[in-house]
Write a protein that binds this ligand. Structure first.
Ligand SMILES: [Zn+2]
Length: 313
């Protein structure tokens, strides 16, 4: 099925390319339209923060969409082919970008090799059943942006690369990058201090996005869905989670408002849990973005709720 879709895409792209490249080469000068495209929201947020209004930043994954099951459409391919560069985590975490680069000749700028990653199998001892689909997708836990050191590294890598690509903005990009890194640094400190002394060491979350924070701040996020947000819990898993909720006296269920899960909502009702938002930040909802929230605001909101859930001082 997937192969068939790609074949159709490729045939489509060849036709489009022939029509388009002819036009493109004659009409485009390098100055008039500097365009950078990013994949997931954190890369968009960081890139936008670096370039300000000097370069147009587009994103492939639009607000509100699920990121782990993303597959580019023919329109996406056309859009990307207009960009100077595609900023991606890389083909290990976002395997579809490689085919996309082959189909469009867009220059890829991949970050994953410059980041500190953990294996997705770092996950949970107790409920591995039914999550096999997860493990054959990628061995790297994809949620690298939920680690502030990685965010800071991404700022550095992106600002260096874009300064090379658009040298006349180098000093602006560098200045903006410093500001972004200061903000991430402040958040890092707030998390370290805020999660230092907590009574609880476990929270219940929707999808398993918090591996990097679990490691940094020494807590466990038991998840209802898997690491890629698809796997639905079976009856056995629900039973296990119910036991865990009871034995550890958990009172909250954390869920990214962008996700929805009937079985999670049922579990919350059955176990009398209060629902609190915990943003996974692979994407942002259109509503949050329209109301002026951004990655920093949502990470701050997460800390407030994490402290509540873990009962921190
Ligand atoms: Zn995720």
């Amino acid at each position: 099925m997937k192969k068939a879709i790609w074949l159709i895409l490729i045939v489509f792209m060849v036709i489009v390319s022939i029509l388009y490249i002819k036009d493109y080469n004659s009409s485009r000068s390098s100055e008039d339209s500097a365009i950078v495209t990013t994949t997931i929201y954190p890369l968009y947020f960081i890139t936008k923060g670096i370039v300000g209004d000097k370069v147009v930043v587009k994103r492939l994954i639009k607000p509100g969409n699920e990121i782990h099951s993303f597959a580019p459409t023919p329109t996406d391919l056309i859009d990307v082919s207009h960009s100077d560069i595609l900023i991606t985590l890389g083909k290990k975490i976002e395997p579809w970008v490689e085919k996309m680069a082959n189909a469009t000749y867009v220059k890829l700028f991949a970050l994953e090799d410059g980041l500190e990653t953990i294996a997705s199998s770092h996950l949970h001892h107790t409920h591995h059943h039914g999550e096999h689909r997860d493990s054959d997708k990628s061995s790297i836990n994809p949620h690298v942006w939920l680690d502030f050191d990685n965010d800071i590294k991404m700022v550095d890598m992106i600002s260096t690369e874009l300064s090379r690509l658009y040298p006349k903005y180098k000093s602006i990009f560098t200045k903006n990058a410093i500001k972004l890194k200061e903000n991430f640094g402040e958040l890092k400190l707030a998390y370290e201090n805020g999660l230092k002394e907590c009574k609880k060491d476990t929270i219940l979350v929707g999808h398993d996005a918090f591996g990097y924070q679990e490691r940094r701040y020494h807590f466990e996020a038991e998840s209802i869905m898997g690491i890629f947000a698809h796997s639905r819990p079976d009856a056995a898993k629900i039973a296990k989670l119910s036991d865990m909720i009871e034995s550890r006296g958990l009172r909250y269920m954390f869920m990214d408002p962008i996700e929805s899960s009937k079985s999670a909502m049922q579990l919350a009702t059955d176990m009398n849990l209060t629902l609190l938002p915990l943003y996974t930040l692979g994407n942002i909802s259109l509503q949050d973005e329209k109301s002026g929230k951004d990655m920093f605001a949502l990470l701050k909101a997460n800390l407030v709720n994490l402290k509540k859930g873990l009962e921190c001082r």
